[in-house]
Design a protein around this ligand. Structure first.
Ligand code: PGA
Ligand code: ZN
Length: 431
């Protein structure tokens, strides 16, 4: 069944609430194929500790989404109605509608809702799982990502109780289901440990535990104690250093102490040496690229240096910082750039520098589990999806477990298809 026979006949957007209770949009696209109408939906997440070069998130002055709904229905819809259901073509078309550097006219959130819904609908019409069509369109082999489960929250996501924004359990395993179970069990251990120590905490934006701890080492020590000697778990952080950077003095403030670039590198290095810290996201302010460059050199193979605010899923910025060797990994967030097509480009560019790919949620999330399919479909190194305690994050982990089953079914189906084709060939040869 060719998707090109399917034509888009409807494109609408509506307001939904994200995990923070803030407004965002859900887009629904309908296509017609042989007289039958088929629809798919997609919901757009929203960040808080955003990079300044991210594509424009269109919002009303009061935080509402009326403008962006109008953008989907009045600016995008008339252009894509009656077009063939082909996600690449639709993404290309949307990019011609807004040629501003940051998608200011149409809004990256409007575009992304359409982009995600179209590729999901195309998969549905072609009766394929979403991760499989993502692999086909991106031309990356599928793979099972490590789970970056955010366990302790600080920084802008938790009133700066802890200096870094995210302390993450990076869990791998033979199966995604097994890794997921293990991540949840260790998360529970961490919770119990805080209770045992009578340390109070509340819940951070991404569902992690947000305790107030006194020293830089403490959160790392707690995670280390709970991990034990499990070889399948290491610690990752998102320092989100732009949030504790003082541009005027060029220093970084952690727990009341100010550090220049060189001293901050020593702080990270000490943590890497003391604990099983193997992945550091945004260790410096997004404009401090010499900091990134120096820490990559300094840490060498001992820990990944991951760009997020630095690179904002933008292929041009990935190229710029890849050539300068400013990172060894990248956070991929489709809403930082606005279309799935450009998301694939950013991943391709990053891989050309040998960078590890970490597909990520946003701090304001929805129940849409698209990023789980994206992570598997592009064979990402890891997926960062918060703590399973929040339904919007759990949806991603649940979907990964479901995908794993789909992958087995798919393998069986492919095998049967191949055997039948072989048999048919033999019959032809022998007839
Ligand atoms: P954000 O945080 O979604 O608020 O930007 C996540 C991150 O910094 O990785
Ligand atoms: Zn980040």
């Amino acid at each position: 069944m060719l998707t090109n026979d399917a034509k888009i006949i409807k494109c609408i957007a509506r307001q939904i609430l994200d995990s923070r209770g803030s407004a965002t949009i859900e887009v629904e696209i309908t296509a017609k194929l042989n007289g039958e109408e088929i629809s798919a939906k997609a919901a757009v997440p929203s960040g808080k500790s955003t990079g300044s070069e991210e594509a424009y998130e269109m919002r009303d002055a009061d935080g509402g989404v009326l403008q962006v709904i109008e953008s989907v229905e009045k600016k995008i819809a008339p252009e894509i109605l009656n077009q063939p259901l082909d996600s690449e073509q639709i993404d290309h078309l949307m990019l011609t509608l807004d040629t501003t550097r940051n998608k200011k006219n149409i809004g990256a959130n409007a575009m992304l809702g359409v982009s995600m819904a179209v590729i999901r609908l195309e998969a549905k019409v072609r009766k394929m799982p979403l991760w499989k069509i993502i692999s086909e369109k991106s031309r990356f082999p599928v793979g099972k990502p490590k789970l970056y489960m955010n366990t302790l929250n600080g920084g802008a996501h938790a009133d700066f109780c802890l200096p870094f924004q995210e302390y993450i359990l990076a869990v791998s395993g033979e199966t995604l289901a097994g890794a997921n179970e293990k991540a949840q069990a260790v998360f529970q251990k961490v919770k119990n440990k805080l209770d045992e120590k009578n340390i109070s905490y509340y819940t951070g934006d991404e569902g992690g535990l947000a305790p107030r701890l006194e020293t830089l080492d403490e959160p790392f020590q707690i995670l280390t104690d709970c991990i034990g000697d499990d070889p399948d778990i290491f610690i990752a952080i998102d320092a989100a250093a732009s949030e504790f950077y003082d541009e005027k003095s060029g220093t970084y403030e952690i727990l009341g102490n100010k550090y220049d670039r060189a001293n901050l590198i020593l702080i990270y290095d000490e943590l890497v040496k003391k604990f099983n810290l193997r992945s550091i996201e945004d260790p410096f302010d997004e404009k401090d690229f010499p900091g990134f460059l120096q820490i990559v050199k300094f840490l060498g193979e001992s820990a990944l240096v991951i760009g997020d605010d630095l690179t904002v899923t933008n292929p041009l910025l990935v190229k710029k910082y890849g050539e300068r060797k400013c990172a060894t990994g990248i956070i991929i967030k489709p809403n930082q750039i606005g279309t799935i097509l450009e998301t694939f480009e950013a991943i391709r560019e990053a891989r050309s520098f040998g960078w590890k790919i970490v597909v990520s949620h946003r701090s304001g999330e929805t129940m849409d589990s698209f990023i789980a399919d994206l992570a598997v479909g592009v064979g990402a190194f890891a997926i960062k999806a918060g703590a399973h305690t929040q339904p919007e994050r759990k949806a991603k982990y649940d979907r990964l477990v479901e995908i794993e089953k789909e992958m087995i079914q798919d393998e069986i189906a492919e095998k049967i298809k191949k055997e039948e084709a072989d048999k048919a060939r033999w019959r032809e040869i022998n007839s």
